[in-house]
Structure formats: C-alpha cells, structure tokens
Design a protein around this ligand. Structure first.
Ligand SMILES: *[C@@H]1O[C@H](CO)[C@@H](O)[C@H](O)[C@H]1NC(C)=O
Ligand SMILES: *[C@@H]1O[C@H](CO)[C@@H](O)[C@H](O)[C@H]1NC(C)=O
Ligand SMILES: *[C@@H]1O[C@H](CO)[C@@H](O)[C@H](O)[C@H]1NC(C)=O
Ligand SMILES: [Zn+2]
Length: 488
C-alpha cells in the first residue's frame, strides 16, 4: 500500500494537470479510508489488502462472468470453448500469484506453490470453473478467485516461500454436470472415484466425455484417468470457499459462515412410455397417456418430500426416521421432455429428471426406494411402461471438525479486522447444494468449507449477487487461514 501511494503521488507530481492530481488524491483518500486507516499497522501484521482481496477479486469475478458459450447469458460447460478461455484467464491469474500451473487430463487447472520440504502434505483449495445455463457469476468463480487473491497477498508479503506445506489451487472442470448429467467429473477424477465408464457417458447429441476430451487433445484413456488421481497420502486437506446459495447468512446478517456438512444427493431419470395417439379420436378411457402419467408421478414425488412423515411407515420406537434425519429433504423435477411434443398428439413418451437431497443418507435412500415403488405401481395402473435410471449418487459429506474450527477462527479474526463491526459467533451451516468438497472428501477426511452470503439466497441465476465487501471478507478469512501454514 505504501509503495502504491508513493507511485501515485510521484505520478501526480510529474503531471501538472490539476484534474489528474485531484482524482489521484481522491483515489489516495479512498485507499486511506479503505485500507490504511482501518486497524492496519505498518508492521504488516494486520493489513487488509482491499486492492487485491476486494477490488481486484471483484473485477476478476466480473471478467470471468463475461466468458460464456452463449450470447447474452452465462454458460460454461465441461471443456466448452468458454471453459477453455476461462481456464487460460485463470491460469494467468495463478501465475500472477506466483503459482506454477498446469492442466490435468480431465481439464482441471492447477496452480501450485511448492516448499523446500518435499515430504510435506499439500493443502488443496478449490472450486469449479464450469457453470449452469444462465448462471450467476459467483458460483464456483468466487472460490477460485478468492484463493488466488489470498496467495497473491502471500507472494507480495514474501510469505509464499515460507509456507511449510505446498498449497495448490484447483479450478475444477466440471461440477455442475450440465452437459453430461454427471456431476464432479473434475474433482471425482482427482479424488480417484471417477469410474473409467464415465468416459462413455454421452450428452444429448450422443457425444461422449471421451470424445470431448479427445477433441481437446487429452488422451481420454482408462490410464490417463489414473494419472489425474491424487495419492491421499500426499494431501493434507481440502478447503473450498463458495457462495451460500441459500438465505441463511443474509437472514442472520453475517457475511461468512462455516459448513458442517453437505447433503447427499440422488439424480434419477424417469422414462414413461405410453401409446401415442390422435388427440381427437382416442377415447379418454382407452388412453395410455405418458404425459398424464408423468404429471401424476411428479406430484407423487412432491407429496412424498413435502410430507415424508405421512408416507413413511415410521417407527416411533427405534426412531429411525426422526424429524432430524428428514430435515432438509428436498425433491425436484427440473427437466421434462416429451415425444412427439405436438398439441394434437397424445404423447407417446415422456422423460423427466428427479433430484433428491437429504442430510441423512439412509433417509434419502428410503425416499428414493419409496418413490420408485410408487412409480412402478402407478405406471402399472395406467398401463404405461416406466423405467428409472440412476444417474448420480453422492453420499452426504461431513466436514472435518478440526479444520472447520480453524476456518471458524480464521473467519472471526478476519471479520474483527474488517471496517464493518460484526459481532457474534460465526454461523455453522449445512449445505443443501453439492460441491466439489463432496468428491474431495473421498481423498481426504480433512475437508472444510466457507460460505459467503449472497443476496436473497439466489443462485443458479443471473440475479446472483455478493457484496464486494463480502468477497473481501472471504479473501481475508482465507488469508488468515493460510497464515497458519506459514513459518512466522
Ligand atoms: C516436512 O514435512 C513432514 C510431513 O509433514 C514433517 O513431518 C517434517 O517435520 C517437515 N520437515 C520440516 C523441516 O519442516
Ligand atoms: C410395455 O412393454 C411391453 C413389453 O416390452 C410391451 O409389450 C408393451 O407394448 C409396452 N407398452 C407400452 C404402452 O409401451
Ligand atoms: C427418453 O430417453 C430415452 C433413453 O435415453 C431416449 O431414447 C428417448 O428418445 C427419450 N425421449 C424423450 C421424449 O426425450
Ligand atoms: Zn457451485
């Protein structure tokens, strides 16, 4: 900061223009207000680095938010042209932070700083660079950019060399699973839980993961998948910063929270086949209408998840399905397609997706099996053929309590230094959204997450919004956390 103000004032002396001098002094004043004045000592121990952790981070989030495969909205899917451009840009930021970079065989981007101690385990920090369709600009990007900014501060302070363990930022290539309906292609490969069969998963047009990898000059063989996998012994832990994607922190009036665990998730695809027919000639009682059947199945799912206690034969005595285990149960049908999709034709086929999440894995599995039973029963009654395909299953992940405590301390110490005075305990949250941390929990038990407040809890939407100061707070919390891994 001091050297920056020196540069700015000599600049204003060189140029005689009054307007420029004026704007520079405004800039200086705002730098003073935002950085120097607020509890920052000249000793370097308490610096807040707003220019890097807030202003530059926010500007990078905006830049990345403009890199899209679509016109007019944000969309970056697995290894799409937009994702490749995003990878290049993030790579340049990693290098600017003093990190050594490479892209692995699943398209994940890594930026690493090594230490003299070759045997020390690595701290991994990551999030995903892909997005949903018509996405917000913070989901995924925020975590990658905050991590790079925090490391950049360490580089500037000359502390990068003093880290006593390697630190590696990873920008995962696929978390949302938009194109292939299979989430965590990137992080699951690193965690070693991606089966080689994943290479054969195809998108709507029949192109496989393997095809897409080969188009981008990756080998895409069973063996190349093995190269991506990390040895658990080489990993110390995994930390992820992510927007909350829910309304809790905003309701509590708190910028950051630490995550206790992530809900498990099941994704299904239900295919309903009936008898296609003329909308004018087939009498109602003779129809095998796949659309009406699908509608009934969708409402069945909603009822099951809205009132799970009514539908479960539940045992008060052994308390298997306590209210607690069904807490956070949410079920969604988000995509439906029908054939031939014409107003005067009784649809012959309807496919729809199902997304079921719960904190308790047993409860989720019971919902899936109860739903499946009801689907088959109702399809039989309606004389349509139904199949249910399991597309994705992820167990709930529980964050490491020690790491969570460290993140909590780092967060409260960061927030105490911030200009806005925030009191009270850092909130502890559960995550209903899946994150790369879930996949990474198969690589290391030491998983921790930090959530950042977002406006209205809105995510997966261009309305997604995070305060600049909350981006700053997240970067500062991560910096505090990293400081614990530096030889002082
Ligand atoms: C190097 O790392 C290993 C593993 O974490 C640790 O046991 C050892 O003490 C470290 N050595 C030094 C010199 O820090
Ligand atoms: C359901 O499947 C059976 C056996 O494959 C077939 O005979 C029948 O025509 C199918 N019914 C519908 C409505 O598709
Ligand atoms: C439903 O899914 C099956 C299997 O993936 C596919 O063959 C069929 O074309 C799909 N139908 C519709 C209406 O999308
Ligand atoms: Zn995300």
């Amino acid at each position: 900061m001091a050297s920056l103000s020196r540069k700015l004032s000599s600049f204003s002396l060189l140029d005689g223009s009054r307007a420029l001098t004026f704007s520079v002094s405004i800039l200086l004043a705002s730098l003073l207000i935002s950085g120097l004045e607020v509890g920052s000592g000249e000793d370097g121990g308490d610096e807040l680095f707003p220019a890097i952790l807030r202003d530059e981070a926010v500007s990078r989030i905006n830049q990345l938010g403009k890199i899209s495969d679509a016109d007019g909205y944000l969309e970056r899917t697995f290894l799409s042209p937009g994702s490749i451009r995003a990878t290049d840009l993030i790579m340049s930021w990693m290098q600017d932070a003093g990190l050594k970079t490479w892209v692995d065989q699943m398209g994940n981007l890594h930026g690493r700083t090594d230490t003299v101690n070759a045997t020390a385990e690595t701290l991994l920090i990551g999030s995903h660079l892909d997005t949903v369709v018509d996405a917000g600009k913070y989901d995924g990007s925020l975590g990658i950019i905050c991590a790079i900014s925090a490391l950049k501060v360490l580089r500037i302070k000359g502390k990068l060399e003093k880290l006593y363990r390697p630190v590696e930022v990873i920008a995962f290539s696929d978390e949302e699973g938009v194109r292939f309906q299979s989430t965590f292609l990137g992080s699951a490969a690193i965690a070693g839980i991606l089966p080689p069969t994943a290479l054969q998963i195809s998108d709507k047009s029949g192109i496989t993961v393997q095809d897409v990898l080969r188009e981008n000059s990756f080998e895409a063989t069973d063996e190349s998948l093995v190269w991506v996998k990390y040895n658990p012994k080489s990993v110390w832990g995994y930390v992820e910063v992510h927007i909350e994607q829910g309304p809790v922190l905003e309701t509590l009036g708190y910028p950051l929270g630490v995550v206790k665990g992530i809900a498990g998730q099941t994704r299904l695809k239900v295919e309903v086949s009936g008898a296609q027919g003329h909308a004018g000639t087939v009498p109602m009682l003779m129809r095998q209408d796949s659309m009406a059947a699908a509608a009934e199945l969708i409402v069945t799912l909603e009822t099951l998840c809205k009132y799970p206690d009514k539908l479960f034969a539940y045992d008060e005595q052994c308390g298997f399905f306590e209210k607690e285990s069904l807490a956070g149960l949410v079920c969604t049908v988000g995509e439906i397609s029908c054939w031939p999709s014409a107003s005067n034709v009784i649809p012959g086929q309807v496919n729809f997706t199902v997304d079921i999440r719960a904190i308790d894995d047993e409860a989720r599995k019971s919902v899936v099996s109860e739903f499946s039973n009801q689907v088959y029963r109702k399809c039989e009654q309606r004389m349509v053929n139904c199949t249910i395909k399991h597309k994705h299953d992820a167990e709930a992940a529980h964050c490491d309590s020690e790491l969570t405590l460290q993140l909590k301390h780092a967060t409260s110490s960061a927030l105490r230094k911030m200009p806005s005075d925030i009191h009270g305990d850092v909130p502890i949250l559960m995550s209903g959204a899946g994150h790369d941390a879930m996949a990474m929990s198969h690589l290391t038990k030491q998983v921790g997450m930090l959530f950042v407040r977002c406006r209205g809890g809105i995510s997966h939407s261009p309305e997604e919004s995070v305060l600049d100061d909350d981006v700053w707070a997240a970067g500062l919390a991560l910096l505090q956390f990293l400081d614990q891994h530096v030889n002082q």
